[in-house]
Design a protein around this ligand. Structure first.
Ligand code: FAD
Ligand code: NAI
Length: 476
């Protein structure tokens, strides 16, 4: 069978892969994208973890559960009475599935629009040949493709807790956590990282009693300490029981539930009995089925594909992006790498600035940051000044009825260049963009302080945080 020639073949159709394929096609390359994700009918469902069991469905459920919480607890403040409030979990999950499908279909449309050839199936290396690679597609259609440039974007899988295999009924990965059929009375979560907090929040808002068991002694270690402290306080008040410094000794399934035995931070033996257990202890790079050995693709000791700063692997013409390589496992990081690689293949200077990749946790309050934390700067010994402004003093936040949290800005002590911005509060996910743009343009805190911000808006808190760096807030 002769192989179909392409200029660029992308394996994986998540945010790293589908965006790389679109950019490569825009740059004039004859491009193929292979993705194996199936919807419940066995049809194609491009978009990867992000679209199918990650970013998009989790945000859909966060939105639904937030509406429920507002209706139950906050509408009354606005004079709106709601009686007989109920949650129809099947409908909520169905809506989430519809949102996922809109995104799957959107990507298939984008492939057509940009003339990317899509293959639904598993892509694997067949052979290195004629200065390029034969890639076998196994799935709906059996094909062999050929290209001199191959982009690997095969993503990641959830990490299993030893002795607690995912069955997606009682012991849930992110996949099962997004389709629990009814509100559990008692929900256990292992890991107080991003998934644990987001999914824990969803089911807590709907009425579950949620306990999160975290191995590390400190909460949200990657965030600025002041944000982590505020978050811990607010989550506790909301009813999330977060236990730190925990060591899990066993996880046992019984009829209709899970029993977790663990040692708490003080060394005491504890037992958590729950209806279901979400395990969210990080993710591992996925190269299953790629047949990487056939061509000698180099992986590191954790199974991630080894790449240089430009996403080049050890094989000529083979690149890798997104969760399957080093760096933060974030959809927007994967997308930026995908674009940069397509541009490098075209001889351009694709660039990803790792210092300005924003982080967002979509809890309520939202948490978002970019750049360095105070503790990182202290460890580096870099002189800095910091300014903070609470949403309590922001008119728009008061009108919204959500005054939790603050914006904190950190700038270099001498040059005033912004080194980090840390936000906990309403719409932090949107507010962080201003900080990203400012840092990308190497703005000083004074630049932000002197820019006219709309009134009343939450973004005024960012301006006031910038003023606070110079100890001259106007509204606090
Ligand atoms: P993936 O999205 O995992 O895509 C890889 C694709 O490749 C998959 O479709 C897979 O089926 C396919 N594939 C793998 N091997 C093969 C093969 N051999 N042949 C064919 N196809 C193959 N990030 C954010 O930035 N914001 C968020 O809000 C966010 N929320 C998240 C919530 C959850 C619950 C989870 C689990 C993750 C979340 N993430 C979020 C992380 C984000 O989903 C990932 O960083 C992102 O999906 C990585 O993109 P990727 O393209 O590298 O890989
Ligand atoms: P995570 O890395 O965010 O958190 C995992 C947590 O589990 C850590 O706090 C870790 O200390 C803890 N842990 C590890 N082993 C443990 C054990 N044996 N017992 C108890 N605790 C243990 O990973 P998570 O939440 O699984 O998410 C995976 C990735 O998905 C994240 O790295 C993130 O990049 C991405 N994601 C991003 C989101 C966003 O951007 N809003 C939302 C959800 C996921």
């Amino acid at each position: 069978m002769s192989s179909k020639p392409f200029d660029v073949i992308v394996i994986g159709g998540g945010p790293g892969g589908y965006i790389a394929a679109i950019r490569a096609a825009q740059l004039g390359f004859n491009t193929a994208c292979i993705d194996e994700w199936k919807n419940e009918k066995g049809g194609p469902a491009p978009g990867g973890t992000c679209t199918n069991v990650g970013c998009i469905p989790s945000k859909a459920l966060l939105q639904s559960s937030e509406h429920f919480e507002h209706a139950g607890h906050h509408f009354a403040d606005h004079g709106i009475g709601v009686s007989d409030l109920k949650i129809d979990v099947a409908k909520m999950v169905g809506r989430k599935d519809a949102v996922v499908k809109q995104n799957n279909d959107g990507i298939l449309y984008l492939f057509k629009k940009n003339k990317v050839s899509f293959f639904h199936g598993r892509g694997s290396f067949a052979a290195a040949k004629d200065g390029g690679y034969e890639i076998k597609v196994a799935g709906a259609a059996e094909e062999t493709l050929f290209a001199k440039q191959v982009i690997l974007a095969t993503g990641s899988n959830p990490r299993q807790l030893p002795g607690a295999e995912f069955d997606e009924e009682l012991i849930l990965s992110n996949d099962g956590a997004l389709r629990i059929p009814n509100v559990p009375k008692k929900l256990g979560v292992v890991g107080s990282g991003v998934i644990g907090l987001e999914m824990g929040s969803v089911w807590r808002r709907l009425g579950a009693d949620v306990t999160i068991l975290e191995a590390l002694p400190a909460f949200l270690g990657a965030a600025d300490e002041s944000v982590a402290k505020e978050a811990a306080k607010v989550f506790k008040k909301q009813g999330l029981d977060i236990q730190l410094g925990v060591k899990i000794s066993s996880v046992e399934k019984a009829k209709g539930g899970v029993t977790v035995k663990y040692t708490d931070a003080k060394g005491g033996e504890q037992t958590l009995a729950c209806d279901r257990l979400i395990v969210s202890i990080g993710r591992v790079a996925n190269t299953i089925g790629l047949n990487a050995e056939a061509v000698g693709l180099k992986l590191d000791e954790r199974g991630a594909i080894v790449v240089d700063a430009e996403c080049k692997t050890n094989l000529p013409g083979v690149w890798a992006v997104g969760d399957v390589v080093r760096g933060p496992m974030l959809a927007h990081k994967a997308e930026e790498e995908g674009v940069a690689v397509a541009e490098r293949i075209a001889g351009q200077h694709g660039h990803v600035n790792f210092n300005t990749i924003p982080w967002v946790i979509y809890t309520s309050p939202e948490i978002a940051w970019v750049g360095q934390t105070e503790q990182q700067l202290k460890a580096e010994g870099r002189a800095y000044k910091a300014g903070q402004f609470p949403f309590l003093a922001n008119g728009r936040a008061r009108a919204l009825g959500d005054t939790t949290g603050f914006v904190k800005m950190i700038a270099d002590a001498k040059t005033d260049e912004i080194l980090g911005v840390h936000i906990i509060g309403p719409y932090a996910s949107e507010l962080i963009s201003e900080a990203v743009v400012a840092m990308e343009f190497k703005a000083s805190s004074e630049d932000i302080a002197r820019i006219c911000h709309a009134h009343p808006s939450l973004s005024e808190a960012t301006k006031e945080a910038a003023l606070a760096v110079d100890k001259r807030t106007l509204n606090f």
